[in-house]
Structures are given as C-alpha cells and as structure tokens.
Ligand binder design. Structure first.
Ligand SMILES: [Fe+2]
Ligand SMILES: [Fe+2]
Length: 287
C-alpha cells in the first residue's frame, strides 16, 4: 500500500511537483482547429464583454509567475512554477490568436508593477485562480449547454480549463507544503485562506464592474444574457460549480490535495437553500 503523503514533507513536495511537470501538454494555440463561425456566432462571440479582462488576466498571470520563478528556493518547486509561467503565457497567446482570428475588441494593456514580495503576489494570484476557476466551472458548463458557440470552440476552451484546474491543484499543494513548513496549523491556514479568498472576491467584483462599464451592459444584456439567464437559478449555478469541480478534480491523482474550502462553502449553501425551501413548503399558508 502507498503510504499517505504528509503535507509539507519532502515526499509530498516531490510528488506534487512531479505530477505537475508530468501532466504538462505540448501544443501551440495557432495549430488548434479553430472553427469558422457564422455571422450570428461571430456577433455572439464579439458581444461577450470580458475578452479584454480575460486577455489582460492571462498576460498578467504569466508576468507574475515568471517574476516569482527565480525567487523560488527549492529547485523542484522552481521547475514546476517555471512551467506554470510558460502555460500562463501560452493562455494569453491562445486568447490573442482568438482575438485576431475573430476580430474581437481587446488590446494589450500595461501590466502593473508587482509588490516587492513576489511570493505574496503569487499567493494572491493563486487564490484568485481558485475562485475564478470554481465559478468558471459552473459558468462554462452553462455556456456549453446553451450552445452559445459551436462545441468545437468549447473543446478549445476546455484545454485552458484543464490547465487552470492543474494550476489550482498545484497551488493548493504548494500552499499546504509552504505553510506546514512554516509551522502553521490547520486553523490558521483556514483563516489565511479565507482572508485571501476575500481579497480575490473583491478583485473579481471590480472586474465584473469594469466589464459592465466597458460594455455599458447594452450589447450583451439585450442580445445574449437571455441565453444564459433563461431558467437561471442561483441554486442550479452553485450546484453546477460544485459538481463540475468534483468532476474536473476526479482527473487528478487522489493522493494530491485538492481545494476544499469553496466546495465546502457551496455544499453548505446548497444545504441551506434546501432547508429554506423545505421550511417554506411546510410553513402554513396564509389566507
Ligand atoms: Fe491562465
Ligand atoms: Fe492558471
């Protein structure tokens, strides 16, 4: 029987770094089978208000991870982080290929200067990825089901989603290894995660606000939102995020640590909604 890996041990570190490096895929986004879109599909793609943010986020991700890489002391971790930087830069390239091919409105913005403590920038970025990915899982499933674009397009996005899932699995293991080595117990680690998730959530709200302002809500709300919002329920969305997270995580070695906090909160929210609805059904009706 394989011994259970102790988080923070050298064996754990070698294992999660090796897993990350071994599952790296080699491809060039230029060579993907980008589909020809009909005029209607092109309009839909162009009216999505967040390509600018997505492009900038991926370029910024590559820059943060690349800047942090030379500061990583441990050679195994450094090799894995370097590979993540390469993948983030390739995500930006994938988005750029799509922007050029389909004439989307998005351009290169200057990247802000990072704080002196690049590890804090990397950790902030990592928690942001965990939150974005968890919500993205539900949104992606919804968009695919709505047939907003041809499924071949979603197959391409799926390559990116898989790599983001790999990144967050790597990050969760990295954090556990890092914090355990610094002697942080489970409660303090949980508190720290909550604090960083809070920061990530406020950044995400800022991004949503900017997307709305940039687009003024016009094109997208009138023509497209119905596709997504038809039959939208908060419960359904949380359930999609939760289920898709579990499905995507099942692709990884069960000996790797996986994000627990957001799925745990989603599970709690679902149970709360169920209780609330049950209570409403059982409550005596007023005349
Ligand atoms: Fe990325
Ligand atoms: Fe990533």
């Amino acid at each position: 029987m394989t011994p259970v890996l102790e988080a923070g041990s050298d064996a754990h570190k070698s294992f999660f770094c090796r897993q990350f490096i071994d599952t790296h895929q080699i491809f060039d986004p230029e060579n993907f089978a980008w589909p020809d879109l009909t005029e209607e599909e092109l309009q839909r793609l162009r009216s999505v208000p967040f390509w600018q943010e997505v492009y900038h986020t991926e370029r910024r991700a590559g820059a943060i991870v690349d800047a942090f890489t030379p500061h990583v002391q441990d050679p195994e971790v450094r090799a894995a982080v370097a590979l993540q930087g390469l993948e983030e830069t390739r995500h930006a390239k994938l988005i750029k290929v799509m922007i050029d091919r389909y004439g989307l409105e998005a351009y290169e913005q200057p990247i802000e200067t990072f704080p002196d403590d690049l590890e804090v920038a990397f950790i902030d970025f990592g928690f942001g990825e965990c939150l974005d990915a968890f919500l993205g899982f539900g949104a992606f499933k919804n968009a695919r089901q709505s047939q907003f674009l041809p499924s071949s397009m979603f197959d391409i996005f799926d390559v990116l989603m898989f790599e983001e899932t790999r990144h967050i699995v790597f990050f969760i293991n990295y954090m556990a290894w890092r914090e355990r080595r610094r002697g942080l117990g489970a409660v303090r680690r949980r508190m720290k995660s909550l604090r960083f998730y809070g920061r990530a959530a406020s950044r995400l709200m800022g991004m949503v606000g900017r997307g709305k302002d940039a687009n003024d809500g016009k094109d997208f709300s009138v023509t497209q939102t119905n596709l997504f919002l038809e039959g939208f329920s908060f419960r359904g969305f949380v359930e999609d995020c939760y289920r898709e997270n579990a499905r995507r995580m099942s692709a990884f070695d069960p000996d790797l640590m996986q994000p627990k906090l957001l799925p745990g909160l989603a599970d709690l929210a679902l149970k709360g909604i169920d209780l609330w609805e049950k209570g409403r059904r059982l409550a005596p009706k007023r005349a």
